[in-house]
Write a protein that binds this ligand. Structure first.
Ligand SMILES: *Cc1c(COP(=O)(O)O)cnc(C)c1O
Length: 400
């Protein structure tokens, strides 16, 4: 079957629209599983990268468990059919209510602070096992804002407090069955992850109740043209020799690596403006839909989908439609001479695109379309202007 073109998709579903490739998501799940095959490794998908239930369903059917970071994500995981025991809930400032609900739901708690561990131990809940997240004092990531493993980050329990945490648990009849780290997102130097893994394994060797050791996610993807790919298979080979403790299952929980390259954002140019030194292409989307460039100075390749055969001759800055100067999606990109109505493809936006989208400037969220063997399925329609306004009025209890 011939694949539908972006021009057809835009005509049929309008813009802005996130387009996801189901086959590519599956292929990447296969590649991950193959890389770790034959080792006592279980794989989780980090739900926050892309939590469209149809996407979650594909990944669950591929046999991955879920890593979740809120009770809502955990609930969503259960709701799309994930086995609760294969849902890790890696908490951040979890409340007592969230803790009780999560334990009642049967998901596996991964506790990231000493005070939360104390609360769990004292809760008297029938569930008496949990994992603890360690701060390994080794971090990495595509930007300082997503380096989660460095010693000054808010994540994890300090390494030197782990023996006390294990003692505290034992004193309350709680078994620490899991040990976890996640050093950051979009890891630049895989050697940092290996070093952190070794640090975690040293600690793990002193905890006899352990059953699971989780090394987090963070596998990077190349966003820039010509950038090298993460050598997944070579990394797995290097990691393999470390999966040596009998009775332990080892975990990785990538998000971005699975879904980022399987998605792109389609947006239409409705404004062309020469400001003298900068020529802007103004689009019908913005940082309300794709926050990464504004938040992380992230790079996403941009292509003119209306002119695939034309030579890139002109340098443009691609601006969003949000009322802020910082709403720039891409700076100084060479594209074919672009006209009003042209369609742009913003690449590698399958992760941390839609999940970070907001209604800022009271705009609707983008639509989402899933391609199955090239055939499109609308998995989230765009709301009309009227319904966006009506939802706000209803949610705020504004009188009719
Ligand atoms: C966000 C997150 C991940 C996934 O990170 P990626 O860079 O998308 O692979 C994994 N584990 C935890 C605890 C996270 O917070």
């Amino acid at each position: 079957m011939s694949r539908i073109t972006d021009t057809d998709l835009a005509q049929r579903f309008g813009t802005p629209t996130y387009v996801y490739d189901a086959d590519l998501i599956r292929t990447r799940c296969h590649r991950l599983k193959a890389a770790f095959a034959g080792s006592p490794v279980d794989l989780l998908y980090a739900v926050k990268a892309n939590d469209n239930p149809h996407v979650l369903d594909i990944i669950r059917r591929e046999g991955l468990g879920f890593d979740t970071v809120s009770f809502e994500e955990a609930l969503l995981g259960i709701r799309v059919g994930q086995d609760p025991s294969r849902i890790w809930y890696t908490e951040n400032n979890m409340t007592d209510e969230e803790m009780t609900e999560a334990l009642d739901a049967g998901v596996y708690l991964n506790i990231g602070s000493y005070t939360r561990l104390e609360a769990f131990c004292r809760s008297g809940h029938a569930q008496r096992t949990c994992s603890i997240r360690v701060n390994p004092a080794i971090g990495d990531g595509h930007h300082a804002k997503v380096d989660t493993g460095n010693r000054d980050s808010k994540f994890g329990i300090r390494l030197d407090l782990i023996p006390a945490a294990v003692e505290l648990a034992a004193a309350h009849g709680v078994r620490i069955t899991g040990l976890h780290l996640h050093i950051g997102s979009g890891i630049q130097h895989p050697s940092n992850l290996i070093a952190a893994m070794d640090r975690l394994l040293e600690t793990a060797a002193r905890i006899p109740t352990l059953e699971r050791i989780n090394f987090g996610g963070g596998f990077p993807i190349p966003y820039r043209e010509g950038e090298a790919e993460f050598a997944l298979e070579a990394f797995a080979e290097q990691a393999r020799s470390r999966f040596a403790q009998p009775g332990i299952t080892y975990f990785f929980e990538p998000g971005r690596w699975i879904v980022a390259p399987a998605g792109h954002l389609l947006t239409r140019v409705n404004t062309v403006k020469d400001q003298g030194r900068v020529t802007f292409l103004g689009t019908d989307t913005g940082f309300n839909h794709l926050l990464r460039p504004a938040l992380y100075e992230a790079y996403h390749a941009v292509e003119n989908a209306s002119r695939p055969a034309e030579t890139p001759t002109t340098v443009y800055t691609i601006a969003g439609n949000i009322c802020e100067t910082g709403d720039i999606l891409a700076e100084d990109r060479r594209l074919p001479e672009t006209a009003l109505g042209d369609l742009l493809r913003i690449r590698d936006t399958g992760a941390y695109g839609m999940t970070m989208a907001s209604h800022y400037n009271r705009r609707p969220l983008p639509a989402e379309v899933l391609l199955e063997e090239g055939a499109p399925r609308l998995i989230r329609p765009r709301a009309s202007a009227e319904s966006v306004v009506e939802s706000l009025l209803t949610e705020t209890g504004y009188p009719a």
